[in-house]
Design a protein around this ligand. Sequence first.
Ligand code: ATP
Length: 311
Amino acid sequence: DAPQILVLGSLNMDLLLRVPRAPQAGETLIGHSLALLPGGKGGNQAVSCARQGASVRLLARIGDDADGRALRDALARDGIVLDALQVDPQEPTGRALVMLEDSAQNRIVVLPGANAALQADEAALAQQLQGAQFFVTQLESPLPVVLAAVAAAHRAGCPVLLNPSPMQPLPDSLWPQLDTLVVNEVEAAAYAGCAVTTPEEAAAAGQVLRARGVARVVVTLGAQGAVTVEQGGCRWQPAPQVHAVDTTAAGDTFAGALAVALAAGQSLAEATARGVRAAAVCVTRVGAQVSIPTAAEIDAQAQLPAVKELP
Ligand code: ATP
């Protein structure tokens, strides 16, 4: 049976501007192209889960506008259950301005719009969590709503995967409610309060976060792959070498694939390998949701470098 996942998060219409390089202050330059593409961390993670074969329900909020309808239609094409999707009568659908340089470097500005008005009522949450094997969320939605939903999932016995991005201060009471925390190197460094660039430093940061009560920590390290920290020890799964053109949604692709594998009962090491393979495909394509691979596309990809145990 397909694992059931509840995702709470943001939906944005991405305005993707491809440029040779970012302009300097006061400079005008000629760009390559402009496209409107579905994005937002909640939507991206829901799509990643759905393309791994999970049965996904998304709790999110759009505006009553063309962007919102286009996002809803795209999610529906991925088979995502949208009965909890809210339509804001006033605020526009969230937007993100994504500037992508030839070097694959991106610069992103988000306008939250309707995402900032997302609501989660306790009774509705309890119902939406019924039958869910995992609850997945990020921080592009209002923090009080995210915290209430994490608490509801924890109370209901549904394991929580949090990707605390964009970074913001979090209460100490949150950490023990988390089954799996997925952070990139910047977030790992900020939340743990230490430098993180190497796999060894990622493992040390993961141990700091585990000491606060998180059961399992995964630190993503871009082209270096990911480090897992759990009771059984620390491991580094290097990424395969690929030609990266756009890393937008790499972290979301990773988180979704990881969640589905964990919900299906795989070990943290197996689930991380799946996440690293999925994200390696994502970075070879331009765009957010359009770049997220299906399970079959991941299976067709080359094998991963061997896992290394870390002290
Ligand atoms: P983003 O914000 O760009 O979505 P992130 O900062 O949340 O990403 P990263 O650590 O940069 O997270 O990337 C997530 C995962 O994507 C990595 O753990 C890795 O598996 C994969 N990845 C990212 N960049 C590359 C790359 N150049 N080559 C191969 N895999 C990559």
